[in-house]
Design a protein around this ligand. Structure first.
Ligand code: ATP
Ligand code: MG
Length: 524
């Protein structure tokens, strides 16, 4: 068993880890924490949801003296919500040590950030655009930074942030420790590594496939026009605890979340054109369970850790295999199980097979759920709800009326009628979504798992950690689990638009993703 005590960490850091409920280190933590503690540069790769945040967070926190009052550590993330989430986890890990960490991201009032910076945080977690903004205003100085982490490094590169990262790292002393982390390491990450890292140690825990082992992956072949019906049936059949549905464009996300609401689902949409306030609100509602379906663009694909997400549905096929890996990785986290469904139109089937080849993981082909299956799913949920009330004996005040009714009517008829009311009929509104262009198949390219190096077989077994649960779908109450970081009350977001925040105000979008097929997509 790999306990955190073996790393020789400070007692106060150890205490915070214990409080988070982490009993054993995950494989990526076990391998990278000792390396990071030596001060070496590091490239860390491990499947989604396996604790990479703590893998860089713990050693980073451990080495900062409490008396420090300069910015000595910088963590960069591709999106606003990830900056907030990582800051949240870092905050929890520094609870007893008493370090100060601060998220810095576009969309938030800059004056507020400047005031917070006056409190002399030692750790900054930020998105590139807003960081540069502060550097230019001289409200952030990086002259004393000793540790830099690029979380989701490949994504930042992919989005065209190389220049911004270069400009930021020019402000950081050469004498420093630099770490890159992601679940996917395409070959072009080497370029970034060569420029910014010195003789890095590669720490990779990718056993067989890059997708997390606890996610069941299926696809349904469906025509563009059938997609919404397929989605409704799927949601009814599966009745997810919490689900994230990915759409290709902002328009798609808007239309789809509105359509789901019209049909009576508790859904809301998230993309980069919403104001920061709207984004925060949607994330807060999703994290606290007041909505159970989040419809999002790829802005929500990376790093987001919301415990209780049982399902990911790709309403539109993802652009590339990396996006697929990260999208479905929003479920099946920390050893829990998850289910991923992907809709594919007949013309896109080659693209789906391309994703399968690159991820070396086959998806199960499933038929469109039938109306009967959808109804059955809904009835099952109603029955479960009824039985829960029965078991908890939460019905005392209804007993008298029940007895009265049973004197006049048949018990089966009564229960069936009550269940019908409880199940609720889905509103029969017509839904027309604007069709999306199909994606074209791509040529095969190098493996995304291994960064061109022989991959590591020693790795991750998925179920080996204690405290990581495992048995399938949890009840609502368990949603926050014991993993900690999913329970943060804040939920911010940074759309792709947020990157350009140094040049743009809130909500403005910039095309910085070179390979995107349409403006709609890049502005996600
Ligand atoms: N040692 C541990 N034991 C139990 N839970 C852990 C441990 N380490 C991390 N976790 C929890 O696992 C969840 C996933 O962690 P994290 O978000 O760091 O994953 P990740 O590897 O960065 O995933 P992604 O690639 O999607 O960004 C979090 O809720 C975190 O609190
Ligand atoms: Mg992460």
């Amino acid at each position: 068993m790999n306990t955190f005590a073996d790393f020789g960490l400070e007692p106060k850091v150890l205490q915070a880890i214990t409080e988070l409920g982490f009993e054993e280190s995950t494989p990526i933590q076990a391998k990278s924490i000792p390396v990071a503690l030596t001060g070496r540069d590091l490239i860390g790769q491990a499947q989604t949801g396996t604790g990479k945040t703590a893998a860089f967070g713990i050693p980073l926190i451990n080495k900062i003296p409490t008396s420090e009052d300069r910015i000595v550590a910088l963590i960069m993330t591709p999106t606003r919500e990830l900056a907030i989430q990582v800051a949240d986890e870092i905050g929890k890990l520094t609870r007893y040590k008493g370090l100060r960490s601060l998220p810095i991201y576009g969309g938030q009032e800059i004056g507020r950030q400047i005031r917070a910076l006056k409190k002399k945080p030692q750790i900054i977690i930020g998105t590139p655009g807003r960081l540069l903004d502060h550097i230019n205003r001289k409200t952030i100085r990086l002259d004393d930074v000793q540790t830099v982490v690029l979380d989701e490094a490949d994504e930042m590169l992919d989005m065209g942030f190389m220049e911004d990262i270069q400009s930021i790292l020019k402000m950081v002393p050469e004498e420093r420790q630099t770490m890159l982390f992601s679940a996917t390491m395409p070959v072009n990450i080497q370029k970034l590594a060569q420029q910014f890292l010195k003789d890095p140690e590669h720490v990779s825990v990718i056993p067989k496939q890059v997708t997390a082992p606890s996610i069941e992956q299926s696809y349904i072949e469906v025509h563009e026009r059938q997609k919404f019906e397929a989605l409704s049936r799927l949601l009814d059949m599966e009745s997810p605890e919490l689900a994230i549905i990915f759409g290709r464009t902002k328009r798609r996300v808007d239309e789809l979340s509105e359509a789901l609401q019209k049909r009576g689902y508790s859904a809301d949409g998230l993309h980069g054109d919403l104001s920061q306030n709207q984004r925060d609100n949607v994330m807060r509602k999703f994290r606290d369970g007041s909505i159970d379906v989040l419809v999002a663009t790829d802005v929500a694909a990376r790093g987001l850790d919301v415990s209780g997400v049982t399902h990911v549905i790709n309403f539109d096929l993802p652009q590339d295999p990396e996006s697929y890996v990260h999208r479905i990785g929003r479920t099946g986290r920390a050893g829990k199980e998850g289910t991923a469904w992907t809709f594919v139109t007949p013309r896109e089937i080659d693209h789906l097979h391309f994703i399968e080849r690159i991820t070396r993981q086959r998806m199960n082909r499933k038929p469109l759920p039938s109306i009967a299956e959808a109804i059955e799913g809904k009835q099952r949920v109603t029955a479960e709800r009824v039985l829960e009330v029965v078991q908890n004996e939460e019905f005392a005040e209804y007993k008298a009326i029940a007895i009265q009714l049973l004197e006049q009517y048949d018990s089966v008829q009564l229960l069936a009628a009550a269940m019908k009311l409880l199940t609720g009929e889905k509103k029969n509104v017509d839904i027309e979504l604007t069709p999306e262009e199909p994606l074209r198949a791509k040529k095969r390219r190098p493996d995304i798992r291994s960064n061109g190096r022989p991959f590591n077989r020693s790795g991750y077994s998925g179920g080996s950690r204690s405290g990581s649960g495992g048995g399938g779908y949890r009840g609502r109450d368990d949603k926050r689990g014991s993993y900690g970081s999913g329970g943060g009350s804040r939920g911010g977001y940074e759309g792709r638009s947020g990157y350009g925040s140094k040049r743009s105000g809130e909500g403005r979008t910039e095309n910085r993703r070179p390979k995107s097929p349409s403006d709609d997509f890049v502005n996600n």
